[in-house]
Design a protein around this ligand. Structure first.
Ligand SMILES: Nc1ncnc2c1ncn2[C@@H]1O[C@H](COP(=O)(O)OP(=O)(O)OP(=O)(O)O)[C@@H](O)[C@H]1O
Length: 258
């Protein structure tokens, strides 16, 4: 579903250039929940923005859902869903109208849009809230609408940038259940970023551990724990073993040498 080859992004120009993502090479098979795990500043959002065509790589490329990021960014965009950090559910107008409008922007006729919106409202259990506008909802309810918006056009792969940031434990668990449903019942490949170790452990089939823009580890949470000599009790220990640093330490990205 994703093949990334040497994907790199440097922000800015020398002497202030910052190498945010450095040579990421990995593949993602269909139907997995893959977590990009790393502390603040590790390069997770930049990686997501590269894979969703919102940023152009400085070097390297990737294919996403069978389309090359550089050769066919439009093709990639048509085949993916993206839920940004902080979400994209608008304030102001009734959510039902907004969802139908978005579905028509994806090329659906009005009757098709109505049918598809009813389906996603049902899937995310928010049909009874759809007459309301975004500002009247709780954080967890808004996140459900964010996910519904990202899934309207039935993408085979969806990117969720820190989908549970700022939610209370109950709302986080509800989002985890929805993500599992997307993978299990709808066959969607999910790539999500997180700096919550408990989320990575509980939700992800596979983790790509990002450290200062580089891939430091790749495997299921269980595999990664076993790779630590003597076995690791938790992902905090795994992260420390892989990188020599605690997972909670904020990471300034390396300055580019040029
Ligand atoms: N537009 C930008 N210009 C310059 N540097 C940037 C820009 N965006 C991000 N960076 C830097 O790139 C590095 C990676 O940032 P990124 O947002 O990808 O990390 P992250 O792992 O998603 O962090 P967080 O968990 O805090 O969202 C950081 O050092 C950040 O300061």
């Amino acid at each position: 579903m994703i093949e990334s080859s040497g994907l790199s992004k440097t922000y800015g120009k020398a002497p202030a250039a910052v190498e945010a993502v450095r040579g990421l090479t990995f593949t993602v098979a269909p139907g997995q929940i893959v977590g990009l795990l790393g502390p603040n500043g590790a390069g997770k959002s930049t990686t997501m923005r590269l894979l969703t065509t919102l940023l152009r790589p400085t070097s390297g490329t990737a294919t996403v859902a069978g389309r090359d990021l550089l050769a066919d960014p439009e093709g990639v965009r048509r085949r993916i869903g993206y839920v940004a950090q902080g979400g994209s559910t608008p304030y102001g107008q009734p959510l039902l109208e907004e969802l139908e409008l978005q579905a028509m922007l994806y090329g659906m006729s009005r009757p098709e849009a109505r049918r598809r919106v009813a389906e996603v409202l049902d899937l995310f259990e928010v049909a009874d809230l759809a007459a309301r506008s975004g500002e009247t909802l709780s954080g967890g309810q808004r996140r459900r609408f964010d996910l519904a918006l990202g899934l309207l056009h039935r993408p085979p792969v969806v990117f969720l940038d820190e989908p549970t940031a700022g939610l209370d434990p109950g709302a986080r668990a509800e989002v985890w259940d929805l993500v599992r449903t997307l993978r299990g019942e709808h066959g969607v490949t999910v790539v999500l970023s997180t700096h919550y170790l408990d989320e990575a452990e509980a939700l992800c089939d596979r983790l790509l551990v990002i450290d200062r823009g580089r891939l430091a580890g790749d495997g299921s949470p269980g595999d990664l724990r076993e790779r630590v000599p003597g076995g690791a009790a938790d992902l905090e220990e795994v992260f420390r073993w892989l990188t020599g640093r605690p997972a909670s330490e904020e990471q300034p990205a390396p300055k580019a040498l040029v």
